[in-house]
Design a protein. Structure first.
Length: 147
């Protein structure tokens, strides 16, 4: 029986805590998408397909040591295949050793037990600060003439 969007999201977060990014990518439909509307700098705004999701997630454990995910809040929509999920994640930057807390809002659509669309609204400034790449991110946002 296919998993619901809420069950799929809970499984995804459990796998991220276990640092099993291959299994996370396996949750995606072959042609499913991951979108990051607030992405900036060199971060991708859209991934298409399980392979791109897998490649994107592969380096995550070398960047963040994810330790805890808060209880999630799930908002059901008028579409049974889509929910909105709020949560925060705590961990440490592998690069800097600094603690970090990332807040997320995810809109996830699941059809036939696989993620077909995943929209992840995270803060690129918090992400770059935790990764130790804030100066590079800020530099990438300046117009070419100001660099």
């Amino acid at each position: 029986m296919p998993r619901t969007p809420e069950e799929t999201m809970r499984r995804l977060l459990d796998l991220m805590l276990a640092k099993d990014t291959d299994a996370v990518a396996d949750l995606w439909a072959e042609d499913g998408t991951a979108e990051f509307p607030f992405a900036a700098g060199t971060s991708p705004r859209r991934l298409t397909g399980r392979k791109e999701v897998r490649d994107y997630l592969a380096s995550f454990p070398q960047v963040y040591d994810l330790r805890e995910i808060s209880p999630i809040t799930v908002h059901h929509t008028q579409r049974p295949d889509t929910v909105v999920v709020e949560y925060h994640a705590n961990g440490h930057s592998v690069r800097t050793g600094e603690p970090c807390r990332m807040d997320y809002i995810v809109v996830i659509t699941v059809q036939d037990g696989s993620i077909t669309r995943f929209r992840d609204y995270w803060n690129p400034l918090t992400n770059a600060a935790a990764a130790g790449t804030l100066p590079e991110l800020l530099d990438s946002l300046r117009p070419e003439t100001a660099r």
